[in-house]
Design a protein around this ligand. Structure first.
Ligand code: ADP
Ligand code: ZN
Ligand code: ZN
Length: 802
């Protein structure tokens, strides 16, 4: 078996293709699947993943592997297979799928170092190689006669460690620890032998007689108030030894987090958790949809199911949306499972992320809590996968590979024969439909654990405000409630639903929104041409000067930002202290946490922000939640806009009155009669679901139809149009009768970076070979893609229609 199958890092190689390479003698004993290697490819040397070993190849004159990058595989066999599956599902390259599973640090080629982990003598030939140094470069090892096999052994023994020189690695990573090298009774004997004048030495020895553990040298010296020479003297007598230990860059201080105990479950929770535990106990795969209002105790169910998994010696993955991966959320998991939890969060530095990943790889933790990519955690014995807030679109990756974490979770759940839990107060229509059909198991939590009712939601019609002469962005009701709230010493959360601003056109008098006559979707205003366009069927018209419904001249596109709102509040309620949280104020690492902390510490009365404040936050003192314009998302050119509005309003309402104080929610809108606003204010998920499902059925959208979006872009507009038309024709020839191909039409953002973009949307019910067709069609353009900078991207089940 001296030939390796390697997936190489060449973006143009076709899917699933591997290349064969000879394994030179020096790597034969150590090379395993899932290791990264450097191989010659044409004139270059590139990185690749070993995915198999064989003894024969159908190719002659194989080249040799040049270098091995890992001495421990970075991908398990399961993940290698998963990579193949992801590549196939998302129509991306295998190499891209494999890279997506690894922390950033492993994606680039970093300099490596070998670090001595012990002060005891290293086995030869390493003592000679290190020649008295603590750190040597990996290249020095590679250039020596020492074998990779020998190195792998000492690494496994823990005497030497490989480090990647990550730029952010400024924090100190190793500490020297002192430990006794003899058992206590021998230390006591030695104590008697010491001369009476060696007071400090005696003190040191007593410390180790009384405390058996090892201790950081610095701390020990402080404790006993002595210097290294005392330690040295005892080391020379063979009584003490030093050991170097890795300190993980731990962004969360585990010691400071108070430990919690499992709560006695309510009846509803018990009914929900039983079948989950049953699946864990009997080791079978099932998907559970946990539908529970905010505060109904979903997280407690996750925690107790995970405990069951841990008790069985297995592992758990918990996915949470990036923006709700707040310290509050992390605390709940660390509070229950302590240092047994790794956290994967985009705000961590590359080095910190790598540390967390390595805890998983080294089996030092059994739980990972993380954003989307944590679904690829290299656990080998999974007992549960949990996706909290399963409706969040951040679970879909928007670059290649365009995978959805939910699909990947279910795939891994099948492999490991373990349950997958999808939790949400507002499940996606896709998931709820599956649960209704029995494909997923549904568990519902109707009550908040504290028996508090959900806060009452007041809808304020902003058209009436206007008619009453109020032209500010605050209704009289909201202004008054804010003032009262601040007077009571309580706090306010204000949501500016900014997504989609300045794109749609609405009449401020009657709330009329210009929609496409063919698609029932809001037209998008194009400022450059002063035109309204439909992104689904290419309908366009010019911007009207008066409202077609009521002839009012107050028809205009919308545009405002948090900054302007902040100014407006300060004018309106000068005494209010406002904290603003949006992309601008949270760009710096840690600023998100800082703002939240200031708010919790009551340094401000109002927290004003965009979507990011709606999620997972739990403030005791917040009794008023205001939504400035609930409609702004409603008219986006996206068939999910009603669903997203419903979800957002429900989520943000859940922020008020979670504790002793009763909460109030005020929703300002120009379309108070819209069902997603009315039903969200009643917390009526079921009616919303039925109504929205009906719309989706009529307009042939998910979950009734699947979608595939093909986007074509090039600098030359004519070429884009021609290619798009060819692709659409080729598709239509292959597809079933009831499949719809929309387009080609210009993409909602028709030009990015001087490239024109067109798209074809495929709506289908049953096309088992669709991926094969699309791949074949795309391959027909391979030459132009390579030579002429044509770009064709395919997004299966797109969430982002831009
Ligand atoms: P969700 O995740 O559905 O929003 P949580 O799990 O955060 O709900 O629960 C809301 C609050 O209720 C939390 O403060 C939690 O500690 C508490 N809680 C959850 N389950 C119970 C229980 N069985 N008994 C008492 N309090 C509970
Ligand atoms: Zn009007
Ligand atoms: Zn249209």
């Amino acid at each position: 078996m001296n030939i390796a199958k390697v997936i190489v890092d060449v973006p143009a190689s076709s899917i699933n293709q591997t290349f064969d390479y000879y394994i030179p003698e020096r790597f034969q004993e150590i090379l395993e699947n899932g290791m990264r290697v450097i191989v010659p490819f044409g004139p270059r040397k590139i990185m690749g993943f070993v995915v198999g070993r064989v003894s024969e190849s159908s190719f002659k004159r194989l080249k040799e592997i040049v270098e091995v990058l890992d001495l421990t595989p970075v991908l398990t066999n399961e993940l290698l297979d998963l990579g193949k599956w992801v590549a196939n599902e998302t129509l991306s390259l295998s190499i891209t799928a494999l890279q997506a599973m690894l922390p950033q640090v492993l994606k680039a080629q970093y300099e490596k170092e070998l670090i001595r982990m012990t002060d005891a003598e290293l086995p030869e030939p390493f003592e000679t190689l290190f020649a008295g140094r603590d750190v040597i470069s990996f290249d020095e090892f590679a250039g020596s006669t020492v074998s990779y096999y020998q190195l792998q052994k000492v690494i496994q023994e823990g005497d030497i460690s490989i480090e990647y020189l990550v730029k952010s690695k400024i924090t100190k990573k190793y500490v020297t620890k002192i430990a006794a090298s003899r058992p206590a009774h021998l230390l006591e004997e030695a104590l008697l032998d010491l001369s009476p004048s060696a007071k400090k030495q005696k003190q040191l020895l007593r410390f180790f007689i009384e405390n058996e553990t090892s201790i950081e040298q610095k701390k020990l010296l402080q404790l006993v108030n002595t210097t290294t020479s005392t330690v040295k003297a005892l080391m020379d007598k063979g009584l003490l030894e030093t050991k170097r230990e890795e300190v993980f860059r731990n962004p969360y201080n585990d010691a400071e987090i108070e430990r919690t105990n499992p709560l006695t479950l309510t009846e509803e929770q018990q009914i929900a958790i039983n079948p989950i535990n049953e699946a864990i106990d009997s080791q079978y795969h099932d998907v559970f949809l946990l539908h529970g209002v905010t505060g109904s105790g979903k997280t407690e169910i996750y925690l107790q199911a995970i405990q069951n998994v841990i008790n069985k010696g297995k592992e758990a993955i918990v996915l949470v949306p990036e923006i709700s991966l707040t310290p509050q959320m992390v605390k709940r998991f660390k509070g229950r499972f302590g240092a047994n939890v790794a956290v994967m969060h985009s705000a961590l530095s590359a080095g910190e992320k790598f540390d967390e990943w390595r805890k998983i790889q080294r089996k030092e933790v059994q739980v990972v809590v993380g954003a989307r990519s944590a679904v690829f955690a290299p656990f080998e014995n999974l007992g549960i996968i949990i996706i909290d807030e399963e409706h969040e679109t951040t679970y879909k990756q928007e670059d290649q590979p365009r995978y959805h974490a939910r699909d990947v979770s279910i795939h891994r759940g099948e492999y490991h024969q373990c349950p997958v839990i999808l939790g949400s107060a507002t499940p996606t229509l896709e998931s709820y439909a599956r649960a209704s059909k029995g494909v997923y198991k549904l568990a519902t939590l109707n009550k908040r654990t504290n028996d508090k009712p959900m806060p009452k939601v007041d809808i304020v019609d902003m058209r009436e405000e206007l008619h009453a002469g109020n032209r500010t962005m605050f209704s009289r009701k909201l202004k008054e409630s804010i003032e009262l709230c601040i007077e009571r010493g309580e706090q306010v959360v204000l949501l500016l639903n900014r997504r989609g601003y300045s794109t749609f056109v609405m009449c401020r008098d009657c709330g009329h929104v210009k929609e496409c006559p063919h698609c029932d979707i809001a037209l998008t205003y194009h400022k450059n041409s002063n035109q309204l366009k439909c992104h689904y069927c290419s309908h366009e018209e010019s911007m009207p000067s008066a409202c077609p419904e009521c002839q009012s001249k107050l028809i205009r596109y919308f545009g405002t930002g948090t900054q302007r709102v902040e100014e407006a509040i300060t004018q309106l309620i000068p005494e209010a202290r406002v904290l603003r949280m949006d992309v601008d104020t949270t760009r710096r690492k840690g600023s998100h946490e800082k703002i939240l902390k200031q708010f919790v510490d009551r340094k401000a009365d109002i927290l004003l922000g965009t979507q990011m404040i709606a999620k997972g936050l739990d403030f005791e003192n917040v009794t008023l939640v205001g939504v400035l314009t609930a409609d702004s998302m409603l008219h986006l050119p996206d068939f999910r806009s009603s669903e997203k509005t419903f979800q957002l309003l429900t989520q943000v309402s859940g922020r008020a009155g979670r504790h002793e104080l009763t909460g109030e929610v005020i929703v300002q809108t120009y379309t108070p009669e819209h069902y997603s606003i009315v039903l969200a204010s009643e917390y009526n998920f079921n009616d919303f679901y039925n109504k929205e499902m009906n719309t989706r059925r009529i307009f042939q959208y998910p979950p009734y139809f699947y979608l595939a979006l093909i986007t074509i872009s090039h600098k030359n507009r004519v070429k884009v149009i021609q290619t798009s038309q060819q692709i659409a024709q080729l598709l239509m020839r292959q597809l079933q009768q009831d499949t719809v191909v929309l387009g080609p039409t210009p993409s909602p953002i028709p030009r990015i970076k001087d490239r024109y973009r067109y798209q074809c949307m495929i709506k289908y019910r049953n096309e088992p070979d669709l991926r094969v067709y699309i791949r074949k069609i795309v391959e027909q353009f391979a030459d132009e893609v390579r030579k002429d900078d044509l770009l064709i991207t395919v997004d299966m089940q797109p969430y982002h229609l831009m």
